[in-house]
Ligand binder design. Structure first.
Ligand code: FAD
Length: 485
């Protein structure tokens, strides 16, 4: 690819979802971008078994970031999404509730979050990158060292990056020697939760960094599509395709998200002691028969497939990380999971990473391409939103695994939605602000929600006091009246 010679050069570390989007956005701003990826190009991998294929829910913040680059690009990327208008709860076997019941995500039943296969999304982004002559992608290149020369004296010196080849072919030969690059004006670290860029940056700046493993493991399962010759596309789906399906069981849960081809990607979440206790085939089947009998009995997943998933798919951990600051002068910035990884229970990890890209792009324009100022303002303004969404994501596990079953919780949700229907933008449920409003920041959403919660609690308390007052006032005369009769 031929680069125009007058532009600044940027290195992006990691060609995951966020790195790819950052490459597309920075190229649009006129930068010459090279994106380095540790793994092989996913388009060349035959066996997708080893790739994380977990489905993602993309919502307004993610979509707004795609649209910020180009409306047509956004349409191309999202042409195989499956909209989900709410949760469909599959009750516990001995529950007093009906077997399944729906809870819409939005207030009007029209707002949706959208299911998309992670690999497909990554591949679509890489295909877009191929069409941009000012982005150059290098696979099997692992960042291993990062040096900022003359840190105190020369603010204009480029960072020096060292990469190692990760192909078997290269590692046994002379090609495995470090590759040195000093042509990049700055670099963006989008290399995920275990970011090397972040570790290397920590040697240069006083960075606060916190990492926490959540006592929760997850395992991916799969619900195949219905074999059908029917032209009706809905009959391919074994479950209602317009919902995110949840089997909430307090300490653990199963979820399933629809795929475009009629299948569902399902994930089993459980604390490690439960996950590890399912050792034998008998234990696995018996656990599912007790807790998710409909999954086995209606053959959503056959016993054979279930055992296969348990015995061959990895059991993965969930990690939360946060750091501050995110930048080193105008030389390096962390975005996406490299800067903040969160538990997946609000479906916001990638959406938030995509929003990082949109916000960065806007700040570069606002600061008239002064990268130093843009990066400083990014760190200054973004941190409170990132800690807000990390906390919301943690809190939402309780919502998904148990609150969805609580009558009191559902009642206050109804009240919340009812008020929003009447008051419009003057009253917005928290989920709406987080998932359907990219113009409200995460920290603002929490602030507004706290205020609304206080009003709602006062309202509920007043209603309760009123009811008690009337009950006390009229119960005696009523009782007397009936006694006389
Ligand atoms: P990654 O996807 O981790 O990509 C980082 C890339 O950097 C990788 O390709 C890696 O190979 C590469 N790399 C690493 N080190 C180096 C190196 N030294 N040199 C070069 N390259 C390197 N988010 C949502 O928005 N909605 C959801 O519904 C949702 N569901 C989820 C469900 C689960 C079970 C999980 C675990 C996460 C979920 N997420 C969801 C979160 C989402 O997956 C992440 O936030 C998102 O993938 C982060 O993208 P990223 O590009 O920052 O990092």
């Amino acid at each position: 690819k031929q680069y125009p010679s007058n532009s600044k050069e940027v290195a992006i570390i990691g060609a995951g979802l966020v790195g790819c989007l950052a490459a597309l956005n920075l190229a649009k701003l006129g930068y010459l971008v090279t994106i380095f990826e540790y793994r092989s190009d996913p388009r060349t991998i035959q066996d997708h078994q080893n790739l994380r294929s977990i489905n993602l829910a993309i919502s307004e913040r993610g979509i707004a970031a795609l649209q910020n680059i180009d409306l047509d690009l956004s349409k191309r990327i999202l042409d195989q999404i499956v909209p989900m208008k709410g949760r469909l709860i599959h009750s516990a076997p001995n529950s007093s509730r009906s077997i399944t019941y729906a809870q819409n995500y939005g207030v009007n039943g029209i707002e949706c979050i959208n299911s998309i296969d992670r690999n497909l999304l990554n591949i679509k982004l890489l295909n877009e990158i191929d069409t941009v002559p000012t982005i150059f992608a290098q696979f099997n290149r692992k960042l291993v060292n990062l040096i900022f020369p003359n840190e105190d004296q020369n603010d204009n010196a480029n960072p020096i990056l060292y990469f190692q080849s990760t192909t078997n072919q290269d590692s046994s030969s002379q090609n495995n020697i470090l590759k040195r690059h000093d042509n990049f004006n700055f670099l963006i670290g989008a290399d995920g939760s275990y970011s090397t860029t972040r570790s290397l940056l920590q040697k240069h700046i006083r960075m606060d960094f916190k990492q926490e493993y959540i006592d929760m493991a997850y395992l991916e399962l799969f619900i195949s599509s219905n074999p059908t010759h029917n032209t009706d596309s809905n009959s391919r789906f074994k479950l209602d395709k317009n919902y995110l399906h949840i089997w909430p069981r307090e300490n653990f849960m199963l979820i399933a998200l629809p795929n475009y081809d009629g299948s569902f990607t399902s994930t089993f979440f459980a604390p490690w002691h439960i996950m590890n206790s399912l050792n034998s085939n008998e234990e696995i089947i018996s656990f599912f028969q007790t807790n998710f009998p409909d999954v086995l009995n209606s053959n959503l997943i056959s016993q054979e497939s279930l055992l296969n998933f348990f015995n061959s798919n990895p059991k993965s951990s969930l990690i939360c990380t946060i750091c501050n600051p995110y930048n080193y002068k105008g030389k390096c910035l962390l975005i996406g999971d490299a800067a903040h990884s969160m538990v997946p229970f609000y479906g916001q990890g990638m959406n938030c990473g995509f929003e990082d890209v949109r916000i960065l792009s806007n700040l570069i324009i606002k600061n008239q391409f002064d990268i130093h100022d843009a990066f400083e303002e990014y760190t200054e303004s973004r941190h409170r939103d990132l800690i807000s969404i990390l906390q919301l994501a943690k809190d939402n596990y309780k919502e998904m695994s148990s609150n969805v079953n609580s009558s009191i919780h559902l009642l206050s949700k109804r009240l919340d939605n009812g008020l929003s229907k009447i008051l419009g933008d003057y009253w917005l449920p928290l989920y709406t602000m987080v998932s359907f409003r990219s113009d409200i920041s995460y920290s603002q959403a929490i602030k507004i929600n706290k205020r609304q919660y206080r009003i709602l609690s006062t309202l509920q308390l007043s209603l309760l006091s009123f009811s008690v007052y009337f009950a006390l006032k009229y119960s005696k005369p009523l009782l007397n009246f009936f006694n006389k009769k």
